[in-house]
Write a protein that binds this ligand. Sequence first.
Ligand SMILES: C[S@@+](CC[C@H](N)C(=O)[O-])C[C@H]1O[C@@H](n2cnc3c(N)ncnc32)[C@H](O)[C@@H]1O
Length: 361
Amino acid sequence: MNITRGTLTHNRNAPATDAADTYLVSLLQESGLYNKNISVLIVNERYGGVVLKLPPEANVTLVQQFYTEQAGLAHNAANNGVEVSWKAMTEAYFLMQGVGQEVDVVLWRIPRNKELVHAQADCISRHCHGETLVYGASMIKYTLPDFRELIKAYFGHIRTLAMRHKALAFEMALPKMRGELPDYSGTLNSHGMGFLCTFPGVFSRNAIDLGTKELLRRIRINRAHNSVADVGCGYGAIARYLYQQRPDVKYTLVDNHFLSVECAKRNVLFENVRVEAGDFLEETNTSFDTIVCNVPFHDGHLLDRSVAKRCLQSVFSHATPNGEVWLVANAGNTLKKYFPSSLRSAHKVTVGKYEIWHLRM
Ligand SMILES: C[S@@+](CC[C@H](N)C(=O)[O-])C[C@H]1O[C@@H](n2cnc3c(N)ncnc32)[C@H](O)[C@@H]1O
Protein backbone atom coordinates (compact mmCIF):
# COMPACT_ATOMS: atom_id res chain seq x y z
CA MET A 1 0.00 0.00 0.00
CA ASN A 2 1.29 3.41 -0.86
CA ILE A 3 1.24 5.52 2.28
CA THR A 4 2.82 8.65 0.86
CA ARG A 5 0.50 11.59 0.37
CA GLY A 6 2.55 14.01 -1.61
CA THR A 7 5.94 15.27 -0.51
CA LEU A 8 6.33 16.66 2.96
CA THR A 9 8.35 19.81 2.97
CA HIS A 10 8.55 22.74 5.28
CA ASN A 11 10.45 25.92 5.44
CA ARG A 12 13.22 25.07 7.88
CA ASN A 13 16.26 22.78 8.11
CA ALA A 14 14.90 19.68 9.81
CA PRO A 15 13.41 17.01 7.56
CA ALA A 16 9.63 16.87 7.65
CA THR A 17 9.64 13.14 8.23
CA ASP A 18 12.16 10.49 9.27
CA ALA A 19 12.53 6.72 9.61
CA ALA A 20 10.88 6.66 13.05
CA ASP A 21 7.75 8.35 11.64
CA THR A 22 7.67 5.86 8.76
CA TYR A 23 8.14 2.96 11.19
CA LEU A 24 5.15 4.05 13.27
CA VAL A 25 2.90 4.32 10.22
CA SER A 26 3.93 0.89 8.91
CA LEU A 27 3.36 -0.69 12.34
CA LEU A 28 -0.18 0.63 12.26
CA GLN A 29 -0.64 -0.78 8.75
CA GLU A 30 0.74 -4.18 9.77
CA SER A 31 -1.65 -4.28 12.73
CA GLY A 32 -4.56 -4.51 10.31
CA LEU A 33 -6.25 -1.44 11.83
CA TYR A 34 -5.00 1.12 9.29
CA ASN A 35 -8.24 1.54 7.35
CA LYS A 36 -10.57 0.96 10.26
CA ASN A 37 -12.62 3.60 11.98
CA ILE A 38 -10.21 3.91 14.92
CA SER A 39 -9.20 6.62 17.36
CA VAL A 40 -5.47 7.36 17.25
CA LEU A 41 -3.42 9.41 19.71
CA ILE A 42 -0.12 10.66 18.24
CA VAL A 43 2.24 11.97 20.88
CA ASN A 44 5.11 14.31 19.94
CA GLU A 45 4.16 14.61 16.28
CA ARG A 46 6.71 16.69 14.42
CA TYR A 47 6.04 18.16 10.97
CA GLY A 48 3.33 15.76 9.82
CA GLY A 49 5.35 12.62 9.07
CA VAL A 50 2.77 10.49 10.89
CA VAL A 51 -0.57 12.26 10.87
CA LEU A 52 -0.47 13.21 7.19
CA LYS A 53 -0.11 9.54 6.28
CA LEU A 54 -3.16 8.28 8.15
CA PRO A 55 -6.41 7.52 6.31
CA PRO A 56 -9.17 10.15 6.36
CA GLU A 57 -11.49 8.01 8.46
CA ALA A 58 -9.10 7.94 11.46
CA ASN A 59 -10.15 10.02 14.44
CA VAL A 60 -6.83 11.62 15.36
CA THR A 61 -5.69 13.50 18.46
CA LEU A 62 -2.31 15.06 18.05
CA VAL A 63 0.05 16.21 20.81
CA GLN A 64 2.79 18.65 19.87
CA GLN A 65 5.77 19.99 21.79
CA PHE A 66 6.78 22.98 19.69
CA TYR A 67 5.11 25.95 18.05
CA THR A 68 7.31 25.73 14.93
CA GLU A 69 6.40 22.06 14.47
CA GLN A 70 2.73 22.91 14.67
CA ALA A 71 3.21 25.65 12.08
CA GLY A 72 5.32 23.30 9.89
CA LEU A 73 2.61 20.67 10.05
CA ALA A 74 -0.10 23.13 9.04
CA HIS A 75 2.12 24.21 6.13
CA ASN A 76 2.64 20.58 5.05
CA ALA A 77 -1.04 19.76 5.32
CA ALA A 78 -1.98 22.77 3.18
CA ASN A 79 0.72 21.91 0.61
CA ASN A 80 -0.49 18.36 0.30
CA GLY A 81 -4.23 18.92 0.37
CA VAL A 82 -4.50 16.32 3.13
CA GLU A 83 -7.99 15.22 4.11
CA VAL A 84 -7.24 13.80 7.59
CA SER A 85 -8.69 16.04 10.23
CA TRP A 86 -7.23 16.10 13.70
CA LYS A 87 -7.68 17.66 17.06
CA ALA A 88 -4.40 19.31 18.00
CA MET A 89 -3.34 19.85 21.57
CA THR A 90 -0.13 21.09 23.04
CA GLU A 91 2.05 18.87 25.17
CA ALA A 92 1.35 21.21 28.07
CA TYR A 93 -2.39 20.64 27.73
CA PHE A 94 -1.91 16.88 27.32
CA LEU A 95 0.11 16.53 30.52
CA MET A 96 -2.28 18.70 32.49
CA GLN A 97 -5.71 17.70 31.20
CA GLY A 98 -5.15 14.49 29.26
CA VAL A 99 -7.20 13.58 26.18
CA GLY A 100 -10.38 12.87 28.09
CA GLN A 101 -11.10 9.52 26.40
CA GLU A 102 -9.55 6.11 25.81
CA VAL A 103 -8.08 5.53 22.35
CA ASP A 104 -7.56 2.44 20.16
CA VAL A 105 -4.00 3.16 19.03
CA VAL A 106 -1.18 5.33 20.37
CA LEU A 107 1.75 6.28 18.14
CA TRP A 108 4.44 7.77 20.37
CA ARG A 109 7.64 9.50 19.27
CA ILE A 110 9.64 8.72 22.39
CA PRO A 111 11.42 11.80 23.75
CA ARG A 112 15.01 11.78 25.00
CA ASN A 113 14.31 13.33 28.35
CA LYS A 114 13.82 10.71 31.09
CA GLU A 115 11.42 12.71 33.21
CA LEU A 116 9.34 13.48 30.17
CA VAL A 117 9.27 9.78 29.20
CA HIS A 118 7.87 9.03 32.66
CA ALA A 119 5.25 11.75 32.51
CA GLN A 120 4.18 10.87 28.96
CA ALA A 121 4.14 7.09 29.59
CA ASP A 122 1.96 7.73 32.61
CA CYS A 123 -0.37 10.03 30.73
CA ILE A 124 -0.55 7.67 27.72
CA SER A 125 -1.29 4.62 29.87
CA ARG A 126 -4.31 6.45 31.30
CA HIS A 127 -5.77 6.69 27.79
CA CYS A 128 -5.55 2.96 27.07
CA HIS A 129 -8.22 0.31 27.41
CA GLY A 130 -7.20 -3.35 27.62
CA GLU A 131 -7.03 -3.69 23.80
CA THR A 132 -5.21 -0.43 22.99
CA LEU A 133 -2.13 -0.87 20.81
CA VAL A 134 0.74 1.37 21.84
CA TYR A 135 3.71 1.76 19.53
CA GLY A 136 6.69 3.92 20.42
CA ALA A 137 9.58 4.75 18.09
CA SER A 138 12.66 6.91 17.98
CA MET A 139 15.81 7.21 15.93
CA ILE A 140 18.40 4.84 17.42
CA LYS A 141 20.93 7.54 18.16
CA TYR A 142 18.31 9.34 20.30
CA THR A 143 16.79 6.31 22.02
CA LEU A 144 17.27 6.22 25.77
CA PRO A 145 19.24 3.03 26.56
CA ASP A 146 17.09 2.26 29.60
CA PHE A 147 13.75 3.03 27.95
CA ARG A 148 12.24 -0.35 28.88
CA GLU A 149 13.18 0.08 32.52
CA LEU A 150 11.72 3.57 32.56
CA ILE A 151 8.25 2.62 31.46
CA LYS A 152 7.88 -0.67 33.34
CA ALA A 153 5.79 1.10 35.95
CA TYR A 154 3.16 1.99 33.34
CA PHE A 155 2.80 -1.10 31.10
CA GLY A 156 2.77 -4.78 31.96
CA HIS A 157 4.26 -5.84 28.63
CA ILE A 158 6.99 -4.19 26.50
CA ARG A 159 8.49 -5.72 23.37
CA THR A 160 11.40 -4.31 21.38
CA LEU A 161 10.76 -4.62 17.64
CA ALA A 162 13.42 -5.10 14.98
CA MET A 163 15.37 -2.04 13.93
CA ARG A 164 14.40 -0.41 10.60
CA HIS A 165 16.50 2.23 8.85
CA LYS A 166 18.17 3.54 12.03
CA ALA A 167 14.83 3.66 13.88
CA LEU A 168 13.87 1.50 16.81
CA ALA A 169 10.31 0.70 17.90
CA PHE A 170 8.62 -0.74 20.96
CA GLU A 171 5.22 -2.29 21.46
CA MET A 172 3.54 -1.74 24.81
CA ALA A 173 0.45 -3.44 26.20
CA LEU A 174 -1.46 -4.07 29.41
CA PRO A 175 -1.53 -0.60 30.89
CA LYS A 176 -1.39 -0.71 34.67
CA MET A 177 -4.44 0.65 36.42
CA ARG A 178 -3.91 4.18 37.66
CA GLY A 179 -5.89 6.87 39.50
CA GLU A 180 -6.37 10.56 38.74
CA LEU A 181 -4.02 12.47 36.40
CA PRO A 182 -1.30 13.91 38.66
CA ASP A 183 0.30 17.35 38.46
CA TYR A 184 3.64 16.79 36.73
CA SER A 185 4.88 20.29 37.40
CA GLY A 186 7.59 20.94 39.97
CA THR A 187 9.12 23.96 41.63
CA LEU A 188 12.62 25.27 42.05
CA ASN A 189 13.75 27.75 44.65
CA SER A 190 15.42 30.51 42.73
CA HIS A 191 17.12 32.14 45.73
CA GLY A 192 15.76 35.65 45.64
CA MET A 193 12.83 35.26 43.26
CA GLY A 194 10.86 32.79 45.32
CA PHE A 195 9.63 29.52 43.87
CA LEU A 196 9.30 29.02 40.15
CA CYS A 197 7.10 26.41 38.48
CA THR A 198 8.85 24.03 36.08
CA PHE A 199 7.88 20.96 34.05
CA PRO A 200 9.80 17.92 32.83
CA GLY A 201 11.48 18.85 29.54
CA VAL A 202 11.83 22.62 30.11
CA PHE A 203 15.31 24.12 29.90
CA SER A 204 17.35 23.89 33.13
CA ARG A 205 14.38 22.72 35.15
CA ASN A 206 16.16 21.92 38.43
CA ALA A 207 18.10 25.16 38.93
CA ILE A 208 18.47 28.48 37.15
CA ASP A 209 21.03 28.11 34.36
CA LEU A 210 24.49 29.45 35.30
CA GLY A 211 24.65 31.52 32.11
CA THR A 212 21.27 33.05 32.94
CA LYS A 213 22.52 33.88 36.44
CA GLU A 214 25.62 35.62 35.06
CA LEU A 215 23.42 37.63 32.70
CA LEU A 216 21.10 38.66 35.54
CA ARG A 217 24.06 39.83 37.64
CA ARG A 218 24.95 42.39 34.95
CA ILE A 219 21.78 43.39 33.21
CA ARG A 220 20.23 46.83 33.78
CA ILE A 221 17.18 48.13 31.93
CA ASN A 222 17.82 51.63 30.63
CA ARG A 223 15.71 54.15 32.59
CA ALA A 224 14.24 55.59 29.38
CA HIS A 225 13.05 52.18 28.18
CA ASN A 226 9.40 51.11 28.34
CA SER A 227 9.24 47.71 26.66
CA VAL A 228 11.21 44.52 27.17
CA ALA A 229 11.16 41.26 25.19
CA ASP A 230 12.48 38.03 26.71
CA VAL A 231 13.15 35.84 23.67
CA GLY A 232 13.27 32.06 24.30
CA CYS A 233 11.93 32.79 27.79
CA GLY A 234 11.92 29.18 29.06
CA TYR A 235 10.07 29.17 32.40
CA GLY A 236 10.44 32.94 32.62
CA ALA A 237 13.35 33.35 35.08
CA ILE A 238 14.80 36.42 33.32
CA ALA A 239 11.55 38.36 33.10
CA ARG A 240 10.61 37.45 36.65
CA TYR A 241 13.94 38.88 37.85
CA LEU A 242 13.68 42.02 35.72
CA TYR A 243 10.14 42.64 36.91
CA GLN A 244 11.49 43.06 40.44
CA GLN A 245 13.72 45.91 39.17
CA ARG A 246 11.25 47.48 36.75
CA PRO A 247 7.60 46.59 37.43
CA ASP A 248 6.54 49.63 35.34
CA VAL A 249 7.61 48.46 31.85
CA LYS A 250 5.74 46.16 29.41
CA TYR A 251 7.14 42.64 29.08
CA THR A 252 6.68 40.26 26.16
CA LEU A 253 7.88 36.70 26.67
CA VAL A 254 8.04 34.22 23.83
CA ASP A 255 9.11 30.59 23.51
CA ASN A 256 8.72 27.84 20.93
CA HIS A 257 8.15 25.15 23.56
CA PHE A 258 4.55 24.91 24.79
CA LEU A 259 5.46 23.53 28.22
CA SER A 260 7.90 26.40 28.79
CA VAL A 261 5.22 28.91 27.81
CA GLU A 262 2.85 27.32 30.31
CA CYS A 263 5.45 27.60 33.09
CA ALA A 264 6.30 31.21 32.22
CA LYS A 265 2.60 32.09 32.31
CA ARG A 266 2.47 30.83 35.87
CA ASN A 267 5.78 32.39 36.94
CA VAL A 268 5.39 35.90 35.55
CA LEU A 269 1.76 36.48 36.25
CA PHE A 270 1.46 40.28 36.12
CA GLU A 271 -0.86 42.59 34.22
CA ASN A 272 1.83 44.19 32.06
CA VAL A 273 3.30 40.83 31.01
CA ARG A 274 2.35 38.90 27.85
CA VAL A 275 3.57 35.33 27.39
CA GLU A 276 3.17 33.70 24.00
CA ALA A 277 4.16 30.66 21.98
CA GLY A 278 6.01 31.77 18.87
CA ASP A 279 9.00 31.41 16.60
CA PHE A 280 11.29 34.03 18.21
CA LEU A 281 9.70 37.45 17.49
CA GLU A 282 8.54 36.51 14.00
CA GLU A 283 4.85 36.71 14.90
CA THR A 284 5.01 40.30 16.15
CA ASN A 285 5.19 43.64 14.34
CA THR A 286 6.18 45.45 17.53
CA SER A 287 9.69 46.73 18.29
CA PHE A 288 11.19 46.58 21.78
CA ASP A 289 13.48 48.96 23.68
CA THR A 290 15.31 46.17 25.47
CA ILE A 291 15.62 42.59 24.22
CA VAL A 292 17.08 39.87 26.41
CA CYS A 293 18.00 36.38 25.30
CA ASN A 294 19.83 33.31 26.53
CA VAL A 295 20.50 32.23 22.95
CA PRO A 296 19.25 28.75 21.92
CA PHE A 297 21.37 26.38 19.84
CA HIS A 298 18.80 23.61 19.54
CA ASP A 299 15.92 22.86 17.21
CA GLY A 300 13.62 21.09 19.60
CA HIS A 301 16.02 18.79 21.40
CA LEU A 302 18.52 18.52 18.54
CA LEU A 303 21.68 20.60 18.29
CA ASP A 304 21.36 22.99 15.33
CA ARG A 305 23.60 26.06 15.18
CA SER A 306 21.48 27.78 12.54
CA VAL A 307 18.88 28.32 15.29
CA ALA A 308 21.12 30.94 16.93
CA LYS A 309 21.46 32.76 13.62
CA ARG A 310 17.69 32.87 13.08
CA CYS A 311 17.21 33.94 16.67
CA LEU A 312 19.61 36.87 16.42
CA GLN A 313 18.18 37.99 13.08
CA SER A 314 14.77 38.09 14.72
CA VAL A 315 16.10 39.92 17.78
CA PHE A 316 17.92 42.64 15.81
CA SER A 317 15.02 43.24 13.46
CA HIS A 318 12.72 43.88 16.43
CA ALA A 319 14.89 46.31 18.43
CA THR A 320 13.95 50.01 18.44
CA PRO A 321 16.52 52.40 16.83
CA ASN A 322 17.95 53.29 20.26
CA GLY A 323 17.31 49.87 21.68
CA GLU A 324 19.62 47.65 23.68
CA VAL A 325 20.16 43.92 23.42
CA TRP A 326 21.49 41.65 26.18
CA LEU A 327 22.65 38.16 25.22
CA VAL A 328 24.25 35.22 26.93
CA ALA A 329 25.69 32.08 25.34
CA ASN A 330 28.46 29.59 25.89
CA ALA A 331 31.79 31.22 25.02
CA GLY A 332 33.12 29.92 21.70
CA ASN A 333 29.74 29.94 20.03
CA THR A 334 30.74 33.09 18.10
CA LEU A 335 27.52 35.06 18.24
CA LYS A 336 29.41 38.05 16.94
CA LYS A 337 29.30 36.99 13.31
CA TYR A 338 25.52 37.52 13.36
CA PHE A 339 25.68 41.09 14.74
CA PRO A 340 24.74 43.92 12.35
CA SER A 341 27.64 46.19 11.42
CA SER A 342 25.59 49.28 12.37
CA LEU A 343 25.70 48.70 16.16
CA ARG A 344 26.55 51.81 18.22
CA SER A 345 28.46 49.68 20.72
CA ALA A 346 29.11 46.05 21.61
CA HIS A 347 30.48 45.19 25.01
CA LYS A 348 31.40 41.64 26.00
CA VAL A 349 32.25 40.06 29.37
CA THR A 350 33.50 36.49 29.54
CA VAL A 351 32.80 34.70 32.80
CA GLY A 352 33.87 31.07 33.04
CA LYS A 353 32.37 29.30 30.06
CA TYR A 354 29.84 32.05 29.30
CA GLU A 355 29.95 35.28 27.37
CA ILE A 356 27.53 38.10 28.06
CA TRP A 357 26.96 40.79 25.46
CA HIS A 358 25.50 44.26 25.94
CA LEU A 359 24.74 45.81 22.54
CA ARG A 360 23.43 49.26 21.67
CA MET A 361 21.56 49.49 18.35
C1 LIG B 1 18.98 28.50 26.48
S1 LIG B 1 17.25 28.35 26.75
C2 LIG B 1 16.93 29.78 27.76
C3 LIG B 1 15.66 29.69 28.56
C4 LIG B 1 15.43 30.84 29.56
N1 LIG B 1 15.49 32.13 28.93
C5 LIG B 1 16.43 30.76 30.69
O1 LIG B 1 17.34 31.60 30.70
O2 LIG B 1 16.29 29.88 31.56
C6 LIG B 1 16.63 28.80 25.16
C7 LIG B 1 15.13 28.81 25.01
O3 LIG B 1 14.83 29.18 23.66
C8 LIG B 1 13.69 28.46 23.24
N2 LIG B 1 13.63 28.41 21.77
C9 LIG B 1 14.28 27.58 20.92
N3 LIG B 1 13.91 27.82 19.64
C10 LIG B 1 13.00 28.82 19.70
C11 LIG B 1 12.24 29.50 18.69
N4 LIG B 1 12.32 29.18 17.41
N5 LIG B 1 11.41 30.49 19.11
C12 LIG B 1 11.29 30.81 20.41
N6 LIG B 1 11.98 30.19 21.40
C13 LIG B 1 12.83 29.21 21.04
C14 LIG B 1 13.85 27.11 23.90
O4 LIG B 1 12.61 26.42 23.99
C15 LIG B 1 14.44 27.48 25.27
O5 LIG B 1 13.43 27.64 26.23
